[in-house]
Design a protein around this ligand. Structure first.
Ligand code: KG4
Ligand code: ZN
Length: 339
């Protein structure tokens, strides 16, 4: 008999609901919140209000698209954290009350672990997934980690950022250039026509497998401030080259540490995940390096790279198999508990 998991994701500014039949995708609906655009970043209060408005219609569409009714559901998985507390509360409360009404269990999911497990979502064109143990470079708006994944329930962070996340580096560089939020996809678009060697930005020297991105942001800011003193049009004239150069530097930092992790652990099963894994430069570089070092690489489809509920549902499915359910007294957390 099939297991149907409804996944709910509401950690930041996307309201998403998805249905999986076992590991097979049946629907994955994402409502983006455009309300934040004019503020140049996510406004937490507006995000939670928008989640409240979106959640019921989004779940309704996810069930319809999956061609099932709520009575078919086996369990509801929801993002417990990390994220914006007000936003997480909407998803958590919805999951609790919906499950209570249906008499089915709830499953709490860690957003970062779900990004990693997105590699196990099956669809008609899925060919393979990583073998355990594998390494995952998780790169999102709030986190940058290298994780050794021993099993769906046994993961160990072996590298972490000591300050900003890679996604923040993209978003802040874009903001400095006057590009709209979120800046990552904008930089990616511009970089396609730019020269990555046009400008040089220093890479941090951080020991071991940890990352740092705050110095890069500062050097980018100071470089542009100096150039603008003599040429007010500098950014406009060099937009594509600036985007390509900053993107290349971020990718180099990420790939250097990932290569070091692979060498240290001897693991050649290598995955990337999280919003920044949607970056075309990073995807290309990962494949290039994989060829050089003989890695088997796993790059999520674009729809599973950025925030989505299908990844929450697959993480929930693994916990469902272990009967790892949460109680109605569960509360969300804003800071990562994944150590
Ligand atoms: O995983 P995600 O959707 O949300 C969080 O969990 O944070 O990641 C969002 C981050 C943002 O910083 C966004 O700018 C970045 O992912 N991002 C990208 C691209 N698409 C999304 N960064 C670079 N290139 C992209 N194509
Ligand atoms: Zn995310």
């Amino acid at each position: 008999m099939s297991t149907f998991i409804l996944g709910i994701e509401s950690s930041c500014d996307d309201t998403s609901a998805a249905v999986l039949e076992n590991a097979q995708i049946r629907s994955n609906i994402i409502a983006n919140q455009i309300v934040h655009k004019s503020f140049g970043g996510v406004v937490p209060e507006l995000a939670s209000r928008a989640h409240q408005q979106n959640i019921i219609p989004v779940v309704d569409i996810a069930l319809k698209e999956a061609n099932i009714t709520k009575k078919h559901l086996s369990a509801i998985a929801f993002t417990r954290g990390p994220g914006l507390l007000g936003s997480l509360l909407v998803g958590t409360s919805f999951a609790k009350s919906f499950a209570l009404g249906l008499g089915i269990p709830i499953i709490e999911v860690d957003h970062l672990k779900a990004h990693i497990l997105s590699h196990f979502i099956e669809d008609e064109s899925t060919t393979n997934h990583p073998e355990f143990p594998f390494l995952c470079l998780t790169v999102s708006g709030g986190h940058t980690q290298i994780v050794r994944v021993n099993s769906p329930s046994d993961m160990q962070i072996i590298g972490n950022t000591i300050d900003d996340a890679a996604g923040e580096a993209f978003d802040k560089a874009a903001k400095i250039m006057g590009l709209p939020y979120p800046g990552g996809p904008e930089i990616d678009k511009l970089a396609k026509t730019g020269n990555p060697a046009a400008f040089h930005f220093p890479e941090p020297r951080i020991k071991g497998l940890n990352f740092s991105f705050s110095g890069l942001k500062t050097s980018f800011l100071y470089f542009l401030r100096d150039q603008l003193k003599t040429d007010q049009q500098f950014i406009e004239k060099h937009k594509a080259d600036l985007a390509a150069s900053i993107q290349q530097t971020i990718i180099n930092i990420l790939i250097n540490k990932l290569s070091m992790a692979a060498e240290q652990t001897g693991i050649k099963e290598i995955a990337i995940a999280g919003g920044v894994s949607a970056n075309s430069g990073l995807r290309g570089k990962t494949l290039e390096i994989a060829e050089k070092f003989g890695w088997n690489t796993y790059i999520p489809k674009l729809q599973y790279s950025t925030d989505n509920a299908a990844m929450i549902a697959i993480a929930g499915y693994f916990k469902y198999l272990d009967k790892d359910f949460a109680g109605q007294d569960i509360t969300p957390y804003s800071k990562s508990r994944f150590k």
